[in-house]
Design a protein around this ligand. Sequence first.
Ligand SMILES: Nc1ncnc2c1ncn2[C@@H]1O[C@H](COP(=O)(O)OP(=O)(O)O)[C@@H](O)[C@H]1O
Ligand SMILES: [Mg+2]
Length: 363
Amino acid sequence: MDLYEKLLEVSRLFRIEYDYLGYETIQMGNVNRTYKVNFMLPEGKPKSFLVQNVNTYAFRNPVGLMENIDKVTEHIRRKKPGQTALHFHHTADRKTYVIDGENFWRMTNYVPSVTYNVVKDLDIVRNAGMAFGEFQTELMDFDIHELIETIPGFHNTRKRYESLGEAIRLDPVGRVAQVGPEIRWLMEVQDLACKLTDLQMAGELPLRVTHNDTKINNVLFDPQTNQGMVVIDLDTVMPGLMGHDFGDAIRFAGNFVEEDCPDYEKAGVDLEVFRAFAQGFLSQTAQSMTRKELDTLSLSCFALTAELCVRFLDDYIRGDKYFKINSPDHNLVRTRCQIALAKDMLEKMARMEQIVRECAAQL
Ligand SMILES: Nc1ncnc2c1ncn2[C@@H]1O[C@H](COP(=O)(O)OP(=O)(O)O)[C@@H](O)[C@H]1O
Ligand SMILES: [Mg+2]
């Protein structure tokens, strides 16, 4: 069966009975396969749905993940009736997915919108911060125990370091000799990089519902106003820390260069982007944040960046088993670029903390 027919079959299983017009492939995103599937309503108006083929290699527990997503989107919808929100469709037997062989399908409402991969426009960055902040606050009264930890230890930085240590001992492809300076630096900053994890373990930071993939292309924006409309890509929603979402967003959007830029000296955190994102995020969250959460937001940017350095280097040493690579040294380039960013964050830490205080005080 070709994709044209498959998408029709899946839509029928999700009980969409309108006349089928066909599908368009959405190129944005690099984990799942995403399609806009088009129908004609009886009154002659077109209507689209979003169908995704979930990457079950990346997400090993897709059923658990869909349970999380269903609960979270349901909660958000109850909070803002009548406003744009994600809604996952159910099959006749009340499932939010259709499994056929290797494929795991889901369907949601299609939101006419724009998405941006790289953004330097500070208004859009601020609006993205606002959207992710709003996502946090909408879920503040959600019972965290209802969520399955679909990727256990995802942001346990201590565990990530342990894995790196093991990779170094095993040295399975003989690459350790090449990366002495990177290993030394990461070991030097280990305690600071793990501080968020340690505070979490000590119960000093509250567990929240976190998104865990706070890239700007996971916000749908209004094409006219560029206001954030809805946060998407909820595959990694799990219990976590406020700083995980804030820190990873800055790591991604705040860097002067892309995450794998080989001109390492150009990597660094753009404080204007940092300020814009912090303004948006804090405008939604500052009221309900604890003092400690606020005080560790800037540290979280460093911690998340260092954690990713550890993961890239771990994968490089183990022979590129996890991250997709475009060249044999891709993971090494990523490691070095993220180390350069992390070093710059350390130098600018006092400025970043100052900006967070200013943003919180302006509210
Ligand atoms: N409900 C939706 N309405 C309109 N466009 C969407 C919707 N969900 C996703 N998209 C588009 O599809 C892209 C990929 O979706 P996403 O869930 O982020 O997949 P991935 O996990 O592959 O990043 C998004 O960047 C966005 O452009
Ligand atoms: Mg995405």
